[in-house]
Design a protein around this ligand. Structure first.
Ligand code: AQP
Length: 327
């Protein structure tokens, strides 16, 4: 029996190299070893304001990104979160298991609510980690492949599952996380102390998977660098380290090898080649995406939801029964 993995990306903003290198790239490999479920998490996306028309387009775009990246619908199940209402229902039940204190310690909420101010942040944004726990626990997920920024949320998921099991008897599998060392945290091009993020204020923070050649060159040229002129992979040069990381992950060259290639050369040569590397990766990726029709992707998403709904429904019934609801 294969172990089961579950993961997802929010259809909010422009998906970027961080989302690809930290998460989606790993899913493509893992789908060969695991029974894989990948979700477009639209319920998470609405925790910050979204334009309805843009959201509809983004949901389809994210699914196309999964397919263009190499997620194979013959091997993996892809679906839209809101097509399986059990996610929201289990989240409500888990809300009664989660404690205010532990929710208030979630650093992503602190970071994200800072943008608008805590008073204006939605309750949904605060509750996001509980919904994520529901997403994972609903499918008896054993492994959750994510980027480093999601680690705290997986820890919370484990805590909620254990607490529920203790109160009501064995119900949930305690999931493990899968965070690959390489690519686990891609930093912003304009600020290497913060993660590359879709919701960053400046578009110079990220390279979107949809960026064209000119934009990529411009963004990489403008990317922050550190003092000095050598191309070295060192902690005291976080901006350069991040750029070398991206180069390494897209070419499968080691960081040491990249240092050697650029010995005696400067930032201009390195950045120009990095732009070539990113373009060489993104061009075929974007061509593949363009060939996938909306109808094709909607059909895959519908079949995906039909496939996972019975799993979700069975688990939710078990939960309802355990807590004393009449099912
Ligand atoms: N900078 C990153 N480096 C590595 N992995 C990353 N991920 C996100 N940013 C990086 C991983 O991408 C997956 C999907 O992320 P998400 O859509 O759930 O949103 P997020 O984690 O909140 O990331 P974003 O892109 O920064 O979105 P916004 O700006 O909307 O918050 C996750 O596995 C995540 O770890």
């Amino acid at each position: 029996m294969k172990k089961r993995i579950f993961s997802g990306v929010q259809p909010s903003g422009n998906l970027h190299l961080g989302n690809y290198l930290g998460a989606i790239k790993n899913w493509v490999k893992l789908q060969n070893e695991y029974e894989s479920i990948f979700c477009v998490v639209d319920l998470h996306a609405i925790t910050v304001p979204q334009d309805p028309e843009k959201l509809r387009k983004k949901i389809i775009e994210v699914a196309k990104i999964y397919l263009a990246a190499g997620i194979d619908p013959q091997k993996s199940t892809i679906f839209i979160q809101s097509h399986v209402p059990e996610h929201a229902e289990l989240a409500w039940i888990l809300n009664t298991v989660a404690k205010m204190g532990e929710m208030e310690r979630m650093t992503q909420f602190k970071d994200k609510s800072q943008k608008e101010g805590r008073e204006s942040a939605s309750v949904g944004l605060f509750d996001y980690p509980v919904l994520m726990a529901a997403d994972i626990l609903l499918y008896d997920t054993q492994v959750v492949p994510v980027g480093q920024d999601q680690l705290q949320h997986i820890e919370l998921t484990r805590t909620l599952a254990r607490r529920f099991n203790k109160s009501f008897g064995d119900t949930f599998i305690i999931p493990e996380y899968f965070i690959k060392e390489e690519g686990k945290l891609i930093m912003g091009l304009d600020d290497p102390s913060k993660k590359m993020s879709k919701s960053a204020k400046s578009e110079y923070n990220y390279i979107a998977l949809s960026d064209d050649e000119e934009t990529i060159r411009k963004k990489i040229k403008k990317a922050m660098t550190d003092s000095g002129s050598e191309i070295v992979y060192r902690d005291d040069k976080p901006a350069l380290k991040n750029l070398i990381n991206i180069y390494s992950l897209l070419t499968d060259r080691s960081t040491g090898n990249i240092e050697k290639m650029y010995a005696g050369k400067g930032y201009a040569d390195f950045k120009s080649d990095l732009a070539d590397v990113v373009i060489a990766f993104l061009r075929p990726f974007q061509e593949k995406m363009a060939k996938i029709s909306d109808e094709e992707v909607l059909d895959i998403l519908k079949k995906g939801a039909d496939k996972v709904r019975p799993i979700a429904s069975k688990k939710l019934s078990e939960v309802k029964d355990k807590i004393g609801f009449i099912i």
